[in-house]
Design a protein around this ligand. Structure first.
Ligand code: SAM
Length: 322
């Protein structure tokens, strides 16, 4: 097992199945252009082999499938079928929900029981101006259908000053009423926001600001969370839970156990580092040839992790999937 001086190791793998997306969220894609798949994306088979090799070489236990938008990828079915047979403790998926109802039978059959749905507002007009794609009613309906099919749902919201702060309480209430867990994600300095401090600071909403807002209506207590959790979790007694992924306010670098594989075959050990390591060629090789080389790259990827605090990175979220 590869472990660093701080005792960190890779346990959680996040795979970006494709960089294509049917949204163009303002904080992710500043020019508003709909994203297409990169030309050199790996096949479903190579990506699934990547998961198998990384289970062995890095001790991966949990897999999250993300993107781009994973549900637009033609590779989804073949990939899900392959990774569903690998004995992972947990496979989950992050989606914007547009195609969720359509893909639900496939996801249920593949053993997915937990999904995160990104939703920044319940206001249809604000939805159009932030997501710049898709349709709000479709997302809400798909979450109902997923919940009815037995899926555990978390909703990801990025609070943005001047755009959706008025939606913090409506979304929280919506989620509490339905038993979904709302996760606020503090805006991260990724892609264009890594270089444009003004744009970042104008929109950024901190953990403390969120808690003050929520505290005006509800009493909350800090709840337990796993040691390597990214979110600070709170309980509203009698009503449910919510969480805040507070990259800036409460950095979790010291316990980070995440490894990312991009759709084009690059390993990223840290969101905050511009280092990446190409493994696409190794994934076509047989296990005995691929594993030693992969292990050397994993040592480098683990060395890319920040010591203490998240400082942002030039990589765009659509490439590595958040
Ligand atoms: N398309 C899928 C979705 O919408 O969930 C998966 C990919 S998306 C990049 C994953 C998550 O990253 C979303 O919840 C999105 O809101 C979040 N995200 C993207 N850019 C971000 C940023 N700069 N700061 C914080 N969260 C961001």
């Amino acid at each position: 097992m590869i472990v660093d001086r701080q005792g960190r190791r890779f346990r959680n793998l996040r795979i970006s199945l494709t960089s294509a997306c049917n949204y163009a969220c303002t904080y992710c894609v500043p020019n508003g252009k709909r994203l297409v798949a990169a030309q050199d994306e790996l096949s479903a088979e190579a990506m699934a082999r990547g998961v198998a090799y990384l289970i062995e070489a890095a001790g991966i236990e949990r897999l999250r499938i993300t993107g781009g938008e994973p549900l637009v990828s033609p590779k989804l079915e073949a990939f899900m079928t392959a990774v569903g047979q690998m004995g992972l403790a947990d496979i989950s998926l992050t989606t914007n929900g547009q195609l969720l109802a359509k893909k639900l039978p496939l996801l249920v059959n593949a053993g997915i029981r937990r999904i995160n749905v990104s939703l920044d507002t319940l206001d249809a007009s604000a939805f159009r101006s932030i997501a710049r794609g898709g349709d709000l009613a479709t997302v809400l309906d798909s979450m109902d259908q997923a919940a009815a099919a037995g899926m555990k749902i978390k909703v990801n919201m990025v609070p943005l000053r001047g755009q959706n702060l008025d939606q913090v309480m409506p979304l929280l209430d919506y989620c509490l009423e339905r038993g979904y867990e709302l996760r606020f994600i503090e805006l991260m300095r990724m892609g264009h926001l890594a270089t444009d401090s003004n744009a970042f600071l104008q929109q950024f909403v901190s953990l403390q600001q969120l808690l003050s807002l929520i505290g005006e209506r509800y009493e909350y207590l800090q709840a337990d969370a796993p040691v390597d959790a990214t979110a600070v979790r709170y309980q509203i007694p009698g009503l449910g839970h919510f969480g805040v992924i507070a990259n800036e306010s409460v950095p979790f670098c010291r316990t980070c156990s995440r490894l990312r594989l991009s759709s084009t075959g690059w390993l990223h050990g840290c969101l905050s580092s511009s280092n990446r390591h190409y493994v696409g060629d190794l994934l076509d090789k047989p296990r005995h040839q691929a594993l030693p080389a992969l292990q050397r790259l994993l040592v480098k990827a683990l060395g890319d992790k920040q010591e203490v605090a998240f400082s942002g990175g030039a990589t765009i979220m659509k490439i590595i999937g958040g």
